[in-house]
Design a protein around this ligand. Structure first.
Ligand SMILES: [Zn+2]
Ligand SMILES: [Zn+2]
Length: 472
């Protein structure tokens, strides 16, 4: 097939690839195995990729072309076939499969249509090297200013009596509005402890009052209790809050629900910590619906993220200055001065994430965020200002190219970046950065805080009560 003759790039490519690289039952089986061993959202991506390649084969076989794919009847068919694939591959219960394919349908098909990737590349980009080939090192490089890197000053402990700040670090609250005490804590859905999880049988555990060690999120009372507790253990100078507000019921979320959860939790934090404590938020991958769906700012209209970013800007206006709200509305990131000598950068890490299917359209520095970061860091270096970076997904879990560019930036500005704070993994850990020349000299640390939610099998967590962050 001559690709140049094809009118609709992706789907014609799809049929081409189907001829040259037919996806066998075996590789679908591999995907299925991977689907069962990874998080539910990963499984969804598997479903879409396996499903779309399977559809490609079906379309080649039946000689129907994707030219008319955009019409709603065909979209309907695609969603139906994918839901069937989800059910037959036992990725989830039938109800969850049908809801999720419906929820993802419009945006994923739109992104696929705009993508110039071959299906195997799309698969590799979204799922990983196990299901296709995509050159993650296919270079896109941010440009660093010509200003030479200042000499490295080895870190030393601050002198006794240096000013200190107490910083609270909250992440991954995941409030479940439908959490129900006494419901089944073990169920087949991706999230349990809810009314529709069923009633526990004599052998099965049931949802507790405060929470449960299972795949369950939290009732509001636990979130509120935690906030009361941290308010008492103050005073706090400021708070880092790195995202993931809604529950893991990703198959049944609406924009209205996501926004109402954002509003309720934001106001609750404000109420308990008081008007004198400034909270600096970052955007998690669960804030949007469909989950992980963060179109870059080049996407306009109803498909864009304006519905989310505008509400965030409204709700977070008491904490953030106008200039920060402006870039928040544009791309979900911002910078501001916390105090003289210390600047904050809040990154929208959804633009680095493999699971954000919008990156199929273009994964090169989405929203020019890293290039913007370089400008901010250079300006801070010029002023002798230190910078803290916060975000949701830790940089080591990003797409390869994004991750290496970030690593390069941290290397260049090691004298300016005084701290990095992330969430998303739900566990208390850290990621190390070393010098690029020898990979032996540690030069920066990204702290990853434990989640407030118990999902999965965890204790609720927060960080900061025992830590004094010294600004030097
Ligand atoms: Zn989370
Ligand atoms: Zn997350």
């Amino acid at each position: 097939i001559d690709l140049r003759t094809l009118r609709k790039p992706l789907f014609k490519y799809t049929s081409c690839v189907a001829h040259t690289h037919p996806v066998s039952q075996t590789s679908c089986w591999k995907l299925k195995v991977q689907c069962h061993t990874r998080a539910f959202t990963k499984r969804l991506v598997c479903l879409w990729i396996c499903g779309s390649v399977g559809l490609c084969l079906w379309i080649c076989g039946s000689n129907v072309f994707f030219n008319h794919f955009q019409d709603s009847v065909n979209e309907e068919r695609v969603a139906h076939v994918l839901a069937e694939a989800c059910i037959r591959m036992h990725l989830a219960e039938e109800r969850v499969c049908r809801n999720i394919t419906e929820l993802f349908r419009d945006d994923v098909i739109w992104a696929l249509q705009k993508s110039l990737l071959w299906p195997s590349e799309a698969c590799a980009l979204l799922v990983g090297p196990s299901c296709g080939k995509f050159d993650l090192y296919a270079p896109w490089n941010i440009t660093l200013p010509k200003v030479p890197k200042p000499p490295v000053i080895p870190p030393s402990a601050p002198a006794a009596g240096s000013p200190q700040n107490r910083v609270l670090f909250l992440t991954d609250i995941h409030w479940d509005q439908e959490y129900a005490e006494g419901s089944a804590a073990d169920c087949k859905d991706p999230l349990c402890c809810r009314n529709d999880s069923g009633t526990p049988s004599w052998r099965r555990r049931e949802a507790g009052y405060w929470g449960t060690y299972s795949k369950c999120d939290l009732p509001l009372r636990t979130v509120e209790h935690l906030l009361q507790h941290v308010a008492k253990s103050g005073p706090w100078d400021w708070v880092y809050w790195t995202g993931d507000i809604p529950a893991h019921n990703v198959w049944a979320q609406t924009r209205a629900q996501q926004l109402s959860e954002l509003t309720v939790i934001t106001r609750l934090i404000h109420k308990h910590l008081g008007p004198n404590v400034t909270v600096y938020p970052a955007i998690g991958n669960h804030e949007s619906t469909p989950v992980n769906s963060f179109p870059p700012p080049s996407e306009h209209g109803n498909r864009s993220s304006a519905w989310l970013y505008n509400t965030m800007a409204e709700e977070w206006a008491p904490w953030l200055p106008e200039q920060a709200l402006k870039t928040l509305r544009y791309g979900g990131f911002y910078t501001l001065q916390i105090q003289p000598g210390l600047r904050l950068v809040s990154l929208n890490m959804n633009y680095c994430a493999r699971e954000n299917f919008w990156l199929m359209v273009n994964s090169t520095d989405p929203a020019n965020q890293l290039q913007w970061l370089v400008q901010v860091l250079q300006a801070s270096e010029d002023k002798g200002e230190k910078v803290h970076i916060i975000g949701h997904i830790p940089p080591g879990l990003c797409l390869g190219s994004w991750s290496w560019n970030y690593y390069h930036i941290v290397n260049r500005y090691e004298g300016t970046i005084a701290g990095q704070f992330f969430g998303h993994t739900h566990t208390d850990e850290f990621q190390m950065f070393y010098d690029e020349e020898t990979l032996t000299r540690p030069l920066s640390v990204a702290f990853v805080a434990p989640s407030v939610t118990t999902y999965v099998n965890l204790n609720p967590g927060k960080k900061g009560s025992l830590e004094e962050v010294t600004v030097c």
